[in-house]
Design a protein around this ligand. Structure first.
Ligand SMILES: *Cc1c(COP(=O)(O)O)cnc(C)c1O
Length: 399
């Protein structure tokens, strides 16, 4: 019997199929699971024009800083998930943000960035870019028009993150993208909290998406990685910066990331459902004063979140009655939920932002940023909702 032509896998559009098959055919090996190419360099086949290979952007068989077979697979899946022409994998989320921003701005340029960006992105804007002659204005993203008001003739980039720390605010991507487009300004969205399962910023007119793949994309708290996705021309330029900045994703980390991506839609469905149940439990609890979760009707931007997102992710923040001491004590009493920074792995993690940041920011700065002493951040993992709720109930009641 002759083999069917391999058109079978060319026509899928759904995320579950994309994460399973979009990288098929990118590897000559016949193994079902991909090999780990634990290598920094590659044999040069006879007759190769080495000069041409060295000059080929992102060649996956020249030198691992330029490209790698497993990176190609991860990038193909991520580009499909985000609806982008191309993607580029790097060693961390901050590596992806830095390489992207350093590509898009030059001395004398200006950035408009929203409040509450990831701390590494804030550090880039506050402490690194000014030394290279790039200024940034921070605006309240709950008003899309604030981006327009902050624009200057030299504004090149709008930076967003939605939902974002600490109060899970939502940025109106359609409106901010329209303001930027009218002026030829590039738009960048950190989509780490949502993942492409729940939100695809490029569909809303955004130019570039970045992720900390350390979180949900990897999904198991066992790797650091970052990804940027967008138009091929932009990704090619970002790759040139990346060659110099050097945030190369290790081969084994990229293999782990590929493995994590296979289950991303399944994991996110579970996380979305569990987080909704936990948020509703917390909202009804007498020892909790406020819950911030875009899936709750009480979230001030719930309607906007519904327009942008198909699910609301696993990060919930809430304030406990009794302030710093009670928040601290409740976290200490938890037995299923683990006290640790980060989120997006199989296990639920919880952190007390006021405790984490008091060395970096003054109390005044923390309050201005929405971090009250009683605020707690919970990242939902893959446990059963009933067990998480029981754990939170006993901890809150005992605290
Ligand atoms: C963790 C995180 C980052 C930074 O990613 P690393 O992989 O830790 O470098 C960036 N943005 C968001 C929203 C994050 O949560």
């Amino acid at each position: 019997m002759s083999r069917q032509p391999s058109t079978r896998r060319s026509s899928f559009d759904e995320i579950e199929s994309i994460v399973t098959h979009a990288d098929a055919g990118l590897d000559p090996a016949h193994s079902i699971a991909p090999p780990v190419y634990q290598t920094s360099t590659y044999r040069i086949p006879e007759g190769t024009d080495l000069g041409a290979v060295a000059d080929t952007p992102r060649h996956p068989g020249f030198y691992t800083r330029h490209g790698h077979p497993t990176h190609s697979r991860v990038e193909t899946i991520l580009a499909r998930l985000e609806g982008a022409q191309a993607a580029l994998a790097m060693s961390s989320g901050v590596a992806a943000v830095t390489a992207t921003v350093m590509t898009l701005v030059s001395a004398g340029d200006h950035i408009v960035a929203q409040q509450g960006l990831y701390i590494g992105s804030q550090n880039l804007l506050r402490n690194v870019l000014p030394r290279f002659g790039v200024e940034a204005t921070i605006v309240d993203q709950r008003d899309a028009e604030a981006f327009r008001a902050a624009m200057r003739p030299n504004t090149r980039l709008f930076m967003m993150e939605t939902p974002c720390n600490p109060l899970l605010t939502i940025t109106d991507l359609d409106r901010v993208a329209a303001i930027a487009r009218a002026r030829g300004i590039q738009t960048l969205v950190d989509n780490t909290f949502a993942t492409p399962v729940n939100q695809r910023p490029l569909r809303h007119g955004i130019d570039i998406v970045v992720h900390s793949a350390t979180k949900y994309l990897g999904g198991h708290s066992d790797l650091s990685a970052g990804v940027v996705a967008g138009r091929a021309e932009l990704i090619a330029r970002i790759w040139k910066s990346h060659l110099v900045l050097g945030g190369v994703l290790g081969p084994f980390e990229s293999w782990l990331l590929l493995r994590g991506l296979r289950t991303l839609p399944l994991r996110m469905r579970h996380v979305n459902q569990t987080a909704q149940a936990v948020a509703e439990f917390l909202a009804a609890h007498p020892r909790v004063t406020t819950v911030y979760y875009p899936g709750l009707k009480s979230h001030p931007q719930h309607e906007l979140a519904r327009r942008l997102m198909s699910g609301f992710g696993g990060v919930i923040t809430f304030e406990v009655r009794g302030g710093y001491t009670v928040a601290h004590e409740a976290i200490r009493r938890l037995q299923v939920i683990t006290h640790a920074v980060s989120f997006g792995g199989t296990e639920s993690l919880i952190v007390h932002p006021a405790e984490m940041w008091h060395g970096v920011f003054t109390d005044e700065q923390l309050r201005e940023g929405g971090v009250s002493p009683s605020l707690v951040r919970l990242g939902i993992g893959l446990e059963n909702a009933a067990d998480l709720i029981a754990d939170l109930a006993q901890a809150l009641e005992g605290a």
